[in-house]
Design a protein around this ligand. Structure first.
Ligand SMILES: *Cc1c(COP(=O)(O)O)cnc(C)c1O
Length: 356
C-alpha cells in the first residue's frame, strides 16, 4: 500500500510521474532505448531539456523578461557559493537574512568571498519567526534570503523592497504559491523538495545581473557559461531533469501555480486548525510566519509520544519526525501530497485525544 509520505526531501512526487518515469527507464518515447542510455546530445534528450527550461519560465510568468532557467548539479548547497561567485564584486559586499540552518550555510559560503552583512537573524529564538524590521545596505552587491525554512517551518509571506539584486533560495516552496518572481534576480531550488528527484538544481537567472564582478569564475561555476551552453556545459543529470519535466507538466495540467496554491492552502489549513484546536499539540513557530509546506509541531506532553508514533505508523504515515534541531514532528506537505493524506494525519491526532 502507498504510504502517506510526509518526507521533507527527497519527497513525494505525483504517482503518475513515478509511473511514467519508470516506463521511460525501460523504453523512452518508443525509441527502444532507456532514458538512462541515450546521449544527452540526442535530439530526444535535447528536446527534454529545452522543454523543461521553457516550462519553468512559463509557469513562473517569466517568459520574455530576460530570464534563463538552468538545470545544474551540486544541490542548493553549491548555489550557496555559486551565487557570491557570480554576484559579489571583488572587495564587494553582500547582505543576508538569517532565517535558519540553510540560510546560515549560505552565509558561511558568502563570507569566503567578501564582506557579508547579516541584516537580521532569528537565531536567538531557534528560528521560530521571520525577522521583518531590517535595513538592506544600498551599497551591497546583492541581498539573499530563504523563502521557506524547511527545518523550522517558517515561510516569508512578503519580500523586502530593495534596488539591489535579490537572490533567493526557494528549495522547499518553489512552484507552491503565487509569487512575483520578476522581483528576483537569482532563484534557485534543489529539485528534491518540490519539483523532482534529487540530482538537479533549478537556477533561474536574470541575465542582466551577470558579468559584473571583475573576478575570474571557473566555467562550471560560471552562470554565463552555463547559459551559453544551454544547461549542457557537461553531461546533465538526464533522469532528474526528465522527471522534473514530468512533474512540471503535471503541475501545468492541474492549472499551474495558482491551482496548486489553493490545494496547498487547504492542506495547511487542515493541519494548523487541528494543531491549534487539539489540546495535546502545539505549533513551534509564530502563527503569521507558518509555512504552508512544512508544519512543525510538538506534543504538549512527551509521555504521549510512544502511543502517537505507533498510531500514525499504523495509519500508513511516513516521514513526520521533526528535524533533530527542533524535535517533535514536521509534516511536509509538498505539491504532490494529496489532501486525503493530511486528513489521515489529522484523524490520528483526533484519535489520540480520545484515547488518552
Ligand atoms: C534541503 C535544502 C537545501 C539543501 O539542498 P541540497 O540540494 O541538499 O544542497 C538548501 N536550502 C533549503 C531551503 C533546503 O530545504
Amino acid at each position: 500500500m502507498k504510504k502517506h509520505n510526509y518526507s521533507a526531501g527527497p519527497c513525494i512526487l505525483p504517482q503518475e510521474v513515478f509511473e511514467e518515469a519508470s516506463r521511460a527507464i525501460l523504453n523512452f518515447n518508443n525509441t527502444g532505448l532507456s532514458i538512462l542510455e541515450i546521449s544527452h546530445r540526442s535530439k530526444e534528450f535535447v528536446a527534454v531539456m529545452d522543454e523543461a527550461r521553457a516550462l519553468v519560465l512559463e509557469l513562473m510568468g517569466l517568459e520574455g523578461k530576460g530570464y534563463q532557467a538552468l538545470f545544474l548539479q551540486g544541490g542548493a548547497s553549491l548555489e550557496f557559493l555559486r551565487v557570491p561567485y557570480n554576484l559579489m564584486k571583488t572587495n564587494g559586499k553582500a547582505a543576508y537574512l538569517d532565517t535558519g540552518t540553510w540560510a546560515s550555510a549560505a552565509i558561511k559560503e558568502a563570507k569566503a568571498f567578501g564582506d557579508t552583512v547579516i541584516v537580521a537573524s532569528s537565531k536567538d529564538t531557534n528560528y521560530n519567526y521571520i525577522p521583518k524590521d531590517f535595513t538592506i545596505p544600498s551599497d551591497a552587491d546583492y541581498f539573499h534570503c530563504t523563502s521557506n525554512n524547511t527545518i523550522f517551518g517558517t515561510q516569508m509571506k512578503s519580500f523586502p523592497k530593495t534596488d539591489i539584486p535579490v537572490a533567493c533560495d526557494m528549495s522547499s516552496d518553489i512552484f507552491s504559491r503565487k509569487i512575483d518572481f520578476s522581483k528576483f534576480d537569482i532563484i534557485y531550488a534543489g529539485a528534491q523538495k518540490n519539483m523532482g528527484p534529487a540530482g538537479t538544481t533549478l537556477v533561474v537567472i536574470k541575465e542582466s545581473v551577470l558579468g559584473k564582478t571583475g573576478r575570474a569564475i571557473p566555467n562550471m561555476l560560471n552562470y554565463e557559461q552555463q547559459i551559453a551552453k544551454e544547461s549542457m556545459y557537461n553531461t546533465p543529470p538526464v533522469f532528474a531533469v526528465y522527471t522534473s519535466l514530468l512533474t512540471l507538466k503535471w503541475l501545468k495540467n492541474l492549472g499551474g501555480i495558482e491551482a496548486i496554491e489553493k490545494i496547498n492552502e487547504t492542506k495547511a489549513n487542515i493541519i494548523y486548525t487541528e494543531i491549534d484546536r487539539n489540546p495535546l499539540f502545539k505549533g513551534t513557530v509564530t502563527k503569521e510566519d507558518r509555512s504552508i509546506m512544512n508544519a512543525t509541531f510538538l506534543l504538549e506532553d512527551e509521555a504521549h509520544q510512544e502511543l502517537f508514533d505507533s498510531m500514525w505508523k499504523k495509519a500508513g504515515i511516513s516521514g513526520i519526525n521533526g528535524h533533530r534541531s527542533v524535535g517533535g514532528y514536521r509534516a511536509s506537505m509538498y505539491n504532490a501530497l494529496p489532501v486525503e493524506s493530511v486528513q489521515v494525519l489529522v484523524d490520528v491526532m483526533k484519535e489520540l485525544e480520545k484515547s488518552v
